[in-house]
Design a protein around this ligand. Sequence first.
Ligand code: HEC
Length: 153
Amino acid sequence: MIAGEFYKWTDKKGTVHFTDNYLSIPHEYRHQIKIQKMEETSEKKMEGIAAELLIKKSVNEERKAISDGEKAFNEKCTKCHSLSGKNQDDSATQLVGLLYSDKFKESTLPVSEDSVKRIIKEGGGEDMPSFPEMTDKELNELMRYLIPYLKKK
Ligand code: HEC
């Protein structure tokens, strides 16, 4: 797109959309696109548009992080861990509800996202391997995916 311009279109439900990415507009709506120039738009409206673009960007980034985290979990962890929530008490490798489990409460480890990251990076107990090659970014993505499970009561 040309600097200072963005696209405006209205979907079937009547919702008005703004984007600066032409390719993100569904094909069926491309015929009705209006190109809007920044100068022609009031400042207040521009703030709304900027906020919408920003929200969309952060939602997309969050989705990507969670799906990368899920991929990493399936590649590296599902050999030994499950997130099904079954056999919670019998299984040392059950991660569901971990942040609230008695096991963790009684341990000397602080129960926090950071301590879980440390266990993953450095290994834990006798049989939990370490993953020293995982970067902070990868650990954070893994946590984006895992946290809702770890917090389940
Ligand atoms: C080879 C099997 C194996 C793999 C692969 C593995 N773990 Fe573990 N993990 C274990 C075992 C066994 C324990 C329990 C260790 C203990 O309590 O002594 C454990 C413990 C943990 C704990 C601490 C909670 C607890 O129950 O003690 C976390 C968190 C954890 N693993 C996360 C992960 C993540 C995330 C991955 C993938 C990056 C992973 N593990 C890969 C076997 C594994």
